[in-house]
Design a protein around this ligand. Sequence first.
Ligand code: KIV
Length: 272
Amino acid sequence: MSVHKKEIKRVTTHVLQAMKARKEKIAMLTAYDYSTARILDEAKIDVLLVGDSASNVMAGHETTLPITLDQMIYHASSVIRAVKRSLVVVDIPFGAYQGNSKIALDSAIRIMKESGAHSVKMEGGAEIRESIERVLSAGVPVMGHLGLTPQSIYKFGTYSVRAKEEAEAQKLIADAKLLEEIGCFAIVLEKIPASLGKKVSEILTIPTIGIGAGVNCDGQVLVTHDMLGITKDFNPRFIRRYLDLFDNIKGAVQHYIQDVKSEDFPSKDEQY
Ligand code: KIV
């Protein structure tokens, strides 16, 4: 019998479920464009999230609210063209699913049909139950998102840790159970106490993916621009920076400018 782990050819929602069952952690990162998605997919990231954080890191908006469904579909189709292995999840943006399950279904179908994505993500619990159920009824896999839900930032007022009080923690647990019961395949838990992340992960049979929700979640997600150090001024405790690309890229660009101005570039070998 081979001692080697079976190579995952294509990550599906079922693969994620099996990973939770065998206690193998799930690694998820964001991607919004072809070139980055290609690198992350080749590195064997399990899940690629076309997050509405594109509104912040790609477009420079202060919140995730302004990004449109058309823009999300553009980002998602660029990512999909690069991917051979990862499961691609796409955020349904603000205003494209809340409060009207028909709009939610139309948005999810547009994302799946026009981008070729594999699943969608929606923020919230009981208050969006009908929308999630309608999307699921069309055969579209849904990832939930609880805790700090950035599309509701104007309701919260701040980006501080959620569910520190017992009542909010209890609501989050009830919402998590509901999302599992109605058929979500996984849930992102954002910026909640690690003890609550652990509790929810133990209660649920579907995987939890944490961002600032502690080590006991079944997987972790970061915004790629944060972990690569492309963003500079956003420094919550939950980010680990693996590179300092902002300064590295800036240095390379300054070097290039110098080479152009001094006529060092192009050299004889770099021209025809
Ligand atoms: O949009 C996003 O990047 C997200 C992650 C922070 C989970 O929702």
